[in-house]
Design a protein around this ligand. Structure first.
Ligand code: SF4
Length: 650
């Protein structure tokens, strides 16, 4: 049966809302297909506003992969701002896709990609606007199958009541497999209804269907066990890994936004996975092993992506882009190719060494010199050992001074606060480092016209990392440390003037911590807080800490637990964690050992350059770590020699 566009009703509301253009679709790269000519239909959502959601690579890739199939249709939907939500409820307009403005409730599959858990309340808004029952158990065959993906899906337990399924890991092949199952099930006349479809998905062993698993609790609130409640589903669900990135050169036709968005560029992922082993970094852990895209595919994608989109900026993305074994050739090759054009190239620079500056120089041949960002993450050498971020103070100062000496005037340094074992002194060392950076930079350049911005994020322990057992510091502790840090930075007015200070207070991090390591009982908190009005929790102007605290206090005591139990409590080795039945490939014993090593301030090397230390991922994927198609490990560019003497730190 054909499905009507809701645009005629929506159009009447748009003059009354902010930024109406974000709801109209029609971007270059967008696809609209004939509903009746397709058999499997996906609505894809990034559960945030259009300006954040449109550039999301994951959604763009899946959108294109699915739409390349002639009998499959994929459309996008984003979170609507509260002004439009109110009007949609008043006028009975359902959650719609921006492509053909079809109601989300009419699709076969509603797939959401969660980069952060703070998007969970937007899931509930979208379900409710779509007319899809909030709880999966209340849905029938007329409703789409709601599937969660993205990094947060590695512990989907807090939203287990609201989603029908979750997919762990890379999505390209997973969406095709799900599509095949849905197509077949529909062709057979939908035998056994929704339950049978979910069962077929669960049997793939890489789609987690929470309703097929029961959670038992101990009297003290901890989990006793999570077990399948039927014989024909797997005990553990495994993540998907796309091994050959060259075979999946997406996006080929990047979406070009109509309204303003956070990134307007063509982004190419140059590799996936990271083996640096930063202990706080969930992305680095769950995306192993390292898989590189070849220099030829990267070059081809950039060429075709720019030709298609007309973008003038290219981002070479990954978790640590300077680590690609052919990054020197990639940067110099692209810089040469686009020299004299208006194309600018950028690399997210987080590695702290001079090599990164060499690359940045290559990429800025066209004259555009944007700020450089380095991420030492921890203020003291001791805490950097705890988190396994192998950067010495000397390296950091030398690197930043090299940047200043090569013409950069502005450098951003990113740190975290609230890390395990952290003391006030560890955080105050950030001020000393920043002072040193400015002092050394002024000495090396002879100029006072240099600045650095210290940016601080709150640490959130994440599932499938060595810090999954860690306690969080209460927000009062974080906020007090940050106040002291600010005072310390400004204690020397001459240096402090050249240092910007940006930070997030500790409260949103604590709630993110609740949602990251929560279990199914946390679903009741999410529902409660949403009913109390929570929307766009990732946005400071919408987030209300008190609303979350109140919701947690209202529902968690019934289960014998509370907010602190989920956040500031350290777990012990034998505790069953809510995500233990979800397999990221990492060995739990190895994670525990790495957690113990962290407490002893023992560093773990990068297995790209040193022998395997058995984290478990490669054998579970039946693969070996990929170090570039040429197998070359040496970085081909010579680091910049400025000839400048860098003053030793005090
Ligand atoms: S299994 Fe070994 S080589 Fe593979 S990612 Fe883990 S430590 Fe590295």
């Amino acid at each position: 049966m054909s499905v009507q566009s809701v645009f005629p009703q929506l159009e009447l509301l748009l003059p009354q809302v902010s930024k109406p253009i974000q709801y109209v679709g029609g971007e270059l790269g967008a696809v609209v297909k004939d509903w009746d000519a397709t058999t499997v239909r996906w609505a894809l959502m990034y559960p945030d506003a259009y300006e954040v959601g449109l550039p999301n690579q994951g959604v763009q890739i899946l959108y294109e992969v699915l739409n390349e199939l002639p009998d499959v249709l994929a459309e996008r939907t984003y979170a609507v701002w509260p002004d439009l939500e109110r009007l949609m409820r008043e006028h009975g307009v359902p959650q719609f896709t921006v492509d053909a403005h079809r109601p989300v409730g009419a699709f076969d599959v509603f797939g959401l990609s969660f980069a952060t858990e703070l998007g969970y309340t937007n899931l509930l808004t979208a379900l409710s606007l779509a007319g899809i029952p909030l709880e999966a158990r209340d849905r029938d065959d007329s409703h789409p199958v709601v599937v969660a993906g993205g990094h947060a899906a590695f512990n989907p337990e807090p939203i287990a009541d609201f989603v029908d399924a979750a997919v762990l890991g890379d999505g390209e092949e997973a969406v095709l497999e799900i599509t095949t199952i849905v197509r077949q099930w529909k062709a057979e006349g939908s035998p056994g209804g929704r339950d049978e479809l979910l069962l077929r998905l669960a049997r793939t062993e890489s789609v987690y269907v929470p309703r097929f698993y029961d959670v038992d609790y101990l009297p003290d609130g901890r989990i006793q066990r999570v077990v399948p409640n039927r014989a024909d589903v797997p005990f553990r669900v495994h993540k998907r890994t796309t091994m050959d990135l060259d075979a999946w050169p997406y996006p080929k036709k990047p979406l070009v936004p109509l309204a303003e968005t956070v990134h307007e560029r063509y982004a190419v992922e140059i590799f996936r996975g990271c083996t640096r082993g930063c202990r706080f970094c969930q992305a680095g852990m769950i995306t192993r092993p390292v898989r590189e895209r070849s220099i030829t595919t990267v070059g081809q994608m950039v060429k075709e992506g720019l030709e298609f989109s007309g973008f003038s900026e290219v981002g070479l993305l990954s978790l640590s882009s300077a680590d690609h074994s052919e990054i020197g050739d990639i940067c110099s090759g692209l810089a040469e190719q686009y020299e004299g054009t208006n194309v600018s190239l950028s690399l997210p620079s987080t590695r702290v060494d001079a090599f990164n500056i060499t690359l940045a120089q290559e990429l800025s041949r066209n004259g555009r010199r944007t700020g450089l960002t380095f991420a030492p993450e921890g203020g003291s050498e001791r805490i950097r050992k705890v988190i396994n971020k192998m950067v010495s103070e000397e390296d950091l100062i030398r690197t930043v001074v090299t940047a200043y000496s090569n013409g950069w005037r502005q450098v951003k340094l990113y740190f975290m606060c609230g890390l395990p074992t952290e003391t006030d002194e560890d955080v105050l060392q950030i001020a000393r480092l920043a002072h040193e950076v400015i002092r050394a930079g002024r000495a090396a350049t002879g100029s006072k016209d240099i600045r650095c911005t210290v940016s601080i994020g709150g640490f959130v322990p994440k599932p499938h990392t060595p810090f999954q057992w860690a306690s969080m510091s209460p927000p009062e502790v974080i906020d007090s440390r940050l106040r002291k840090l600010k005072a310390e930075i400004n204690s020397d007015r001459s240096l402090g003037r050249a240092i910007g200070f940006r930070y997030h207070d500790g409260e949103p991090s604590l709630i993110e911590g609740l949602l990251s390591r929560g279990d199914r009982r946390v679903g009741a908190v999410i529902r409660r807080v949403w009913e109390e009005g929570a929307r766009f929790d990732g946005w400071s102007e919408h987030f209300s800490y008190q609303r979350w605290v109140d919701a947690a206090a209202a529902v968690l005591p019934d289960f014998g637990v509370d907010l602190a139990w989920y956040t500031t409590r350290e777990r012990d080795e034998l505790e069953v964690l809510p995500w233990d039945h979800l397999d990221s490939g990492l060995d739990k014993d190895w994670l525990w050992q790495d957690w113990q090593d962290s407490m002893s301030e023992f560093e773990q090397d990068d297995c790209r350059w040193t022998p395997c230390f058995d984290c478990g991922v490669c054998p579970s994927m039946d693969t070996e770590i990929q170090i570039g198609p040429t197998g070359r490990k040496l970085l081909p560019l010579t680091p910049v020699n400025t000839g400048l003497k860098v003053p030793a730190p005090h």
